[in-house]
Write a protein that binds this ligand. Sequence first.
Ligand code: GTP
Ligand code: MG
Length: 200
Amino acid sequence: MLKIMQSEIVATAVRPKQYPEDNLAEVAFAGRSNVGKSSLLNLITGRKNLARVSASPGKTQTINFYLVNKDHDPFRIVDLPGYGYAKVSKKVTQDWGEMMETFLTQRQGLRKVFQLVDVRHKPTAQDVQMYEFLKYYHLDGPVIATKADKVSKREAQNQMQVIRKTLGMEPEDVIIPVSALKKTGVDKVLDAMETIIGAE
Ligand code: GTP
Ligand code: MG
């Protein structure tokens, strides 16, 4: 069972030159702005303030690299800037797209991307686009249904079916409900991460 003993931010990047230089294994978190990517990072590392969390969308605007377990089987978790919030110019949207595409298609150590979606909502067109992009590049990891505390267990089960269908997930594709508030779902996320990092 993977345990995260240590974690620290090691790079903040908008372009490849700013990425960590080695090809250490990485997993990344992607999803709409405000979906809970940074909260999930804090949850699984057990660090309340490792990544900045905010109620207003657009908090994470750079690609943030976190080194985990540096003394023993190290890997990195990459917190990606969110998409889909209003009030950004065309130029910002375009820059975001280039920054993300460059990272996702050129990053040697990147194993899989965990895609986060809010359990309460049907995935948006952008969510679907991201998922299809990840599938195409064989980067699709588990889908994380966030904010599970906001709905009943039964409603969460229903919504996960909606998410599966909307994203076009295959029966073998994995979806994991998580609540950063209630601290549930951590073990399943860590198990998935261990499998991904452990596989060559
Ligand atoms: P960007 O950095 O803007 O892309 O957003 P993000 O995906 O990193 O979201 P962030 O972790 O900053 O969380 C956004 C808001 O959702 C914050 O107010 C969090 O406290 C809240 N939030 C995140 N996860 C959960 C959860 O599991 N349950 C509840 N109730 N709130 C959550
Ligand atoms: Mg964030």
